[in-house]
Design a protein around this ligand. Structure first.
Ligand code: GTR
Length: 356
């Protein structure tokens, strides 16, 4: 059944390649996704310093320290600073960790269960995406204003998703200055528009060994062709600033020469985790699942297990986590819930046990 659905929906299957050809194929996918969809990635900063602004060692019943840190960067000859936070267990160790691309600044907040993260044996970093550049169609704001002082963009000039991804990579730069982290188990996570951003971050930065997309939908994890809910026409009219201008060339989706399973494939050979919600028709759980099915070939060509799934569409409260692509779907609506986080904790803990 899935084979037939993929034949109908995926017009650009992952190509055959030998393992030694993957770097070149992966680069080809990244190039097309950047040129036609997200825009050109920003260069690494020419200067980068971190300033710890505050530390509270009594977080989560005094088991962890919460810090506020400011990244001071220089990009295109201009200084740009943004804040982020860390929560790290006080007990010495090497902790697996999350970089959470978030909608809000508070720790914890409704999307960010910082205490549960600590209780599950992880460290975490988070930032509010609006501190990097505001989630509005104003290209002159903060980081975006350095690239586009008059707000004008052309063709494949960067959109804001790729700017938020740049900020997540700077937090990984900071993480790498610490000796209490387990870099074999570093995850990037985001929900919805920030799930799209987590996938783009994972595409650009292989230091993230787990890439977690929660309900990212259209222009995130979902196959675009024949999906339910949101499409390129709506998303580029409502949120033009998330993408590069070229993406509007695909409002007629029959013109697509790429699709979102290629974005998922760029995560190979690392671990991709895709989460859906039953009632989230706008994102389309089936389209997210089919995209995982289509991306699987990238891992298989590398001699790895891709997506292990039944030969049917998913039903709520399923977790398929035997391969390097993991998929979960829960009941209820569009949200990054405590329940989703718990599934992600368990998947990563389980993989860590197996890799020991
Ligand atoms: C919607 C948008 C979706 C999704 C969502 C969100 O309005 O159409 O693609 O990103 O916002 O971020 O909550």
């Amino acid at each position: 059944m899935i084979k037939e659905l993929l034949e109908e929906r995926v017009f650009q299957p992952i190509k055959d390649f030998a393992p030694e050809e993957w770097d070149a194929v992966r680069k080809e996918y990244i190039d097309i996704l950047c040129r036609e969809e997200y825009g050109i990635p920003l260069p690494a900063p020419t200067k980068l310093e971190f300033e710890v602004k505050g530390a509270n060692g009594r977080f989560a019943a005094a088991t962890a320290t919460h810090k506020t840190i400011v990244a001071h960067t220089e990009i295109y000859g201009t200084e740009f600073s943004f804040p982020f936070t860390s929560v790290i267990p006080n007990k010495p160790g090497k902790y697996p960790f999350f970089v959470h691309i978030d909608f809000e600044p508070g720790v914890p907040n409704k999307y960010y269960p910082a205490e549960e993260i600590i209780n599950n044996g992880f460290a975490a970093f988070h930032f509010d995406f609006n501190d990097v550049t505001i989630d509005k169609n104003d290209m002159t704001d903060k980081l975006s204003g350095i690239l586009f002082p008059d707000g004008e963009r052309q063709g494949s000039d960067s959109g804001k998703i790729i700017m938020w991804a740049w900020a997540a990579m700077r937090i990984m730069d900071y993480a790498m200055t610490l000796d209490c982290l387990d870099f074999d188990n570093a995850a990037v996570i985001g929900h919805s528009r920030l799930g799209k951003t987590a996938l783009v971050t994972g595409m650009l930065d292989t230091r993230f060994k787990y890439v977690i997309s929660n309900d990212s939908g259209c222009s995130g994890a979902s196959i675009t062709r024949d999906k339910k809910g949101e499409h390129i026409e709506f998303i580029t009219k409502t949120f033009p600033y998330w993408f590069c201008k070229n993406y509007t060339n695909y409002i007629d989706e029959s013109k697509l020469t790429f699709d979102q399973h290629m974005l998922l494939a760029t995560i190979a050979p690392r671990t991709l985790i895709v989460g859906s919600a039953e009632l989230d028709e706008w994102a389309d759980p089936d389209a997210e699942y089919l995209s995982c099915c289509a991306a699987s070939k990238a891992w298989e060509n590398l001699g790895l297990t891709g997506f292990v799934h039944p030969d049917r569409l998913p039903t709520p409260e399923s977790v398929f986590a035997d391969g390097n692509i993991c998929y979960q779907i829960r009941h209820d609506g569009h949200y990054l819930s405590r329940r989703d986080w718990n599934v992600y904790f368990n998947i990563i803990k389980d993989k860590m046990m197996k890799n020991r």
